[in-house]
Design a binder for this molecule. Sequence first.
Ligand SMILES: NC(=O)c1ccc[n+]([C@@H]2O[C@H](COP(=O)([O-])OP(=O)(O)OC[C@H]3O[C@@H](n4cnc5c(N)ncnc54)[C@H](OP(=O)(O)O)[C@@H]3O)[C@@H](O)[C@H]2O)c1
Length: 333
Amino acid sequence: MTNRQQILAHRPVGMPTKDTWTLTETEVPELKDGEVLIRNQYVSLDPAMRGWMNDARSYIPPVQLGEVMRAGTVGEVIKANNHPTFKVGDVLSGWGGVQEYSITDGTNYYQVDTRLAPMPTYIGTLGMPGMTAYFGILEVGKIKEGDVVVVSGAAGAVGSIVGQIAKIKGCHVVGIAGGPDKCKYVVEELGFDACIDYKNESVAAGLKTHCPKGMDVYFDNVGGEILDHCLARLKMNARIVICGAISQYNNRENVQGPKNYLSLLVNRATMQGMVVFDYAPKYGEAALQMGQWMAAGKLKSREDIYEGIENFYETFTRLFTGEKKGKLVLKLV
Ligand SMILES: NC(=O)c1ccc[n+]([C@@H]2O[C@H](COP(=O)([O-])OP(=O)(O)OC[C@H]3O[C@@H](n4cnc5c(N)ncnc54)[C@H](OP(=O)(O)O)[C@@H]3O)[C@@H](O)[C@H]2O)c1
């Protein structure tokens, strides 16, 4: 049996290029005692993958050159060799990587129920991005009814869920996204109160219009200039959730830091970073709640699915060009 894998070939400087990865073929080895073989059906494409390619200290070690590109996956067990928990036919989510098959002893994999939600949802709203949104906005953002909440990357995997949770909790929600089509989607389909098209409008003017008295919470997915505009419009005791800074991930120079940070002082505000993995013991609780919201029609989950391991590079770049809505997924079979 042949396994096609995307291998990290070069560490990118700036935006990754096609030769950053090599598509290789290897034989799938025999299973050892206690292992399972998974056919990966969907691969999660996440902005964090860009950071994992840098040879730098971070919250997890970098992917090494010559290794399979790290990625979240969901797929079906097609062979099991005395595994204590998993059997053939089980659908598992875990860190399978950008490859067609993976072998594991089950560490960091968990079983998902495809009768409750389709497979891709388990790497989206009911997976890592959904967990990030849930704990980020509730535990770090500490939203309460009536808060004015601003979220960037509003049409994306994390941002779309952040805004919808904030609406469920009775907040006034303003999104920031690229392009009129995404802004229309955010307001008309996801139910945000307003959306600022940062590619065609002034963010500063949009914030003034939609948050005339300032904001209580800014959920930051993008960093850079948008973070500075939001810093300038904080209310007293505001909270900024530093979730990500996608505008900076492909910088060839240093990351652009916030210029308006003294607004934190003036407004007795906080700016706190978060890493979703810290909330792993509580993922079950969050998935249950979000599943209930989805079943009740209060939370919409959208996956944008592209096909073929050979199209990994072209699909991955959509994270940075913005040519996608909701959670970006690569379908393998
Ligand atoms: N801290 C954590 O534990 C954690 C976990 C998961 C994700 N994250 C972070 O959360 C953020 C969102 O992740 P996601 O998975 O939900 O990705 P996503 O929003 O689904 O996809 C990325 C989006 O970023 C926007 N974007 C790209 N370049 C941009 C730029 N220069 N300026 C402004 N926006 C830009 C694009 O939307 P537009 O078309 O609107 O520009 C694109 O669709 C990322 O920063 C990611 O690293 C953090």
